[in-house]
Design a protein around this ligand. Structure first.
Ligand code: HEM
Length: 217
């Protein structure tokens, strides 16, 4: 086994702080959306306050994440392959691996390096989540946080109902994303591999001659 340092401290701190805030946002969001039907361990008022705080915390965390990548050379991990043919070829190989090869114990077609740690599906998905959906969720949440203050913008977008619909649809997406993402995170050579790498920064890579850790059934 060789160890590669792939997750710098700011990324790890951001990630687990962000994940905790998202869990809180989902729980409080459920209580706010289904008031009277889903009652968690807190009052409606507390749920709204916690939801607001966690939303701003995610916004702050996002700036840390963005700042880290903008001012470090590690931004390359998010770059997708510029050659379209090569990109789609690698993306299909990765899909085939997740849908088929992994069950046969085939090796992952993607090889992690500190400057190229994501496979094509991850770099595409994480870019969409981090650069489009998360900012949109924050923006719609901000408008709903103080509808009066942002009345002009809310009206320009067609009213509270439209803004709320986008916010709730994204809420549904993020809830599904957290479950899928947590499951996909367990698809390394061992179920704990990617969790450990997000915890201590190091990915353990099998070297030629190592006994395989994932076997065909
Ligand atoms: C309980 C919730 C979560 C768990 C268990 C979890 C788990 C993981 C694991 C194991 C990794 C490393 C493997 C990989 O890169 O795919 C990872 C990376 C990542 N996760 Fe999560 N995650 C959670 C929540 C979230 C949320 C809510 C978001 C975004 C809204 C998120 C966004 C990301 C991103 C962007 C990366 C790559 C970070 C980077 O290296 O720049 N995660 N997550």
């Amino acid at each position: 086994m060789k160890k590669l340092y792939i997750n710098p401290l700011p990324v790890r701190l951001w990630h687990w702080f962000n994940a905790a805030c998202f869990v809180l946002l989902i729980l409080t969001g459920l209580q706010i959306r289904y008031v009277g039907q889903i009652d968690l361990f807190m009052s409606f008022r507390t749920a709204v306050q916690l939801h607001n705080w966690a939303g701003f915390a995610v916004g702050g965390g996002f700036l840390v994440w963005l700042g880290f990548y903008l001012f470090s050379d590690k931004i390359t991990v998010y770059h997708t392959e510029p050659d379209r043919a090569k990109f789609f070829d690698a993306a299909f190989k990765q899909m085939r691996y997740y849908g088929w090869g992994i069950f046969l114990g085939e090796p992952n077609p993607h090889h992690v390096t500190p400057y190229h740690k994501f496979n094509p599906l991850q770099s595409m998905m994480y870019q969409i989540v981090m650069m489009l959906l998360l900012p949109l969720q924050f923006f719609t949440g901000l408008l709903l946080w103080d509808v009066k203050r942002f009345a002009g913008l809310v009206d320009a977008l067609g009213g509270v109902r439209n803004v709320d619909t986008v916010h709730v649809l994204l809420f549904i997406f993020f809830t599904a994303f957290v479950f899928m993402h947590a499951y996909m995170g367990s698809l390394g050579p061992k179920a704990s591999t990617h969790y450990k790498e997000m915890w201590n920064g190091y990915e353990e890579i099998e070297e030629p001659g190592d006994a395989p850790t994932r076997r065909a059934n």
